[in-house]
Ligand binder design. Structure first.
Ligand code: C2E
Ligand code: MG
Ligand code: MG
Ligand code: MG
Length: 288
């Protein structure tokens, strides 16, 4: 691969070659250094979960929070999943990291359930699964283990999957997900509308929550066609009697539109960015 890049670079002239080889060199160096670091990140306790509020559109109450993984890198600072999850998957580390995410998120939620006064509705925790976890035999036992360990009721755990994670072997994954759903755990279809959306999936998978990708929500205010498409997506989820979540809600206009057109749950910077557990507790748990 490096050879091909060099070959192409040479074809394109000396200056270009210089540019490419530098860039390539830099990319390889970064990867190698991250690769060494990420192998130690779990045992060095450098991973942290941030939490983003999910809000009931009908009354503004907290219905849940999504756990979002962060890597506190010793020299590079706080890294978002886009900067390291693909690498973790490649290195075969994602099963173990994913289990850590599940354990940490469920324990955190349980702690918050205890803090909340009795009259407040218990929020759920949403945890993202990577494709590799979905294809792993350990997934069900891992999920089962954390529920038994914590005593968290299964209806308070929602697992988020993307369609790109299920296209490889949908029939087999449907069986895995059915087992999970039978256990009482909820499933969300994340980033809906991007990539490989297939109506077949909605028949095949026991989905509770349809999360409309933020690229559609962004279109509120940018023309009738785009708005009609978004409204139709909400409608679609409503018709199938799914919970419909709007992702990436940033403006008051988007809140109003999503609410009016049938989104049940709203998530986005308008309500809160993903924040660490202490911040989340201050802003959403200790306020009652
Ligand atoms: P996602 O599951 O779709 O999560 C939502 C992403 O959108 C988060 O990015 C969040 O910070 C961002 N976001 C939320 N509201 C807004 C908004 O109003 N505006 C904008 N511009 N962005 C918003 P983040 O935390 O960087 O995560 C990116 C992706 O990484 C996630 O997308 C998810 O697919 C993946 N991910 C995160 N945590 C985990 C994890 O523990 N395991 C796995 N397998 N994947 C994870
Ligand atoms: Mg998600
Ligand atoms: Mg999403
Ligand atoms: Mg997304």
């Amino acid at each position: 691969c490096a050879d091909i890049a060099m070959y192409r670079a040479k074809q394109e002239g000396r200056n270009q070659a210089h540019f490419y080889s530098n860039e390539l060199h830099e990319a390889v160096r970064l990867r190698n250094s991250l690769e060494l670091d990420i192998r130690k990140a779990l045992s060095n306790q450098q991973f942290e979960l941030f939490y983003q509020a999910q809000i009931d559109s009908s009354n503004g109450e907290l219905t849940g929070m999504e756990a979002l993984l962060r890597w506190q890198h010793p020299t590079r600072g706080l890294l978002a999943p886009g900067e390291f999850i693909a690498l973790a998957e490649e290195l075969g580390l994602m099963i173990e990291i994913g289990q850590w995410v599940l354990d940490t998120a469920c324990k955190q939620l349980l702690h918050w359930h205890v803090l909340l006064p009795r009259h407040v509705k218990r929020p759920l925790i949403a945890v993202n699964l990577s494709a590799i976890q979905l294809h792993s035999k350990k997934l069900f036992t891992g999920v089962d283990h954390v529920l038994n360990e914590t005593g968290l009721l299964p209806q308070y755990l929602e697992l988020e999957i993307t369609e790109s994670a299920i296209i490889k072997n949908p029939e087999k994954i449907a069986v895995v997900l059915q087992t999970i759903a039978n256990r009482g755990i909820r499933l969300a279809l994340d980033d809906f509308g991007t990539g490989y959306s297939s109506f077949e999936h909605l028949k095949l998978f026991p989905i509770h929550n349809l999360k409309i990708d933020r690229s559609f929500v962004k279109n509120v205010g940018s023309g009738e066609d785009a708005e009609r498409l978004l409204a139709a997506m909400f409608n679609f989820g409503n018709t199938l009697e799914l919970i419909v979540t709007a992702e990436g809600v940033e403006t008051t206009e988007q809140v109003e539109f999503c609410k009016q057109k049938g989104a049940n749950v709203l998530q986005g910077y308008h309500f809160s960015k993903p924040i660490n557990a202490n911040e989340f507790e201050k802003q959403f748990i200790n306020v009652h």
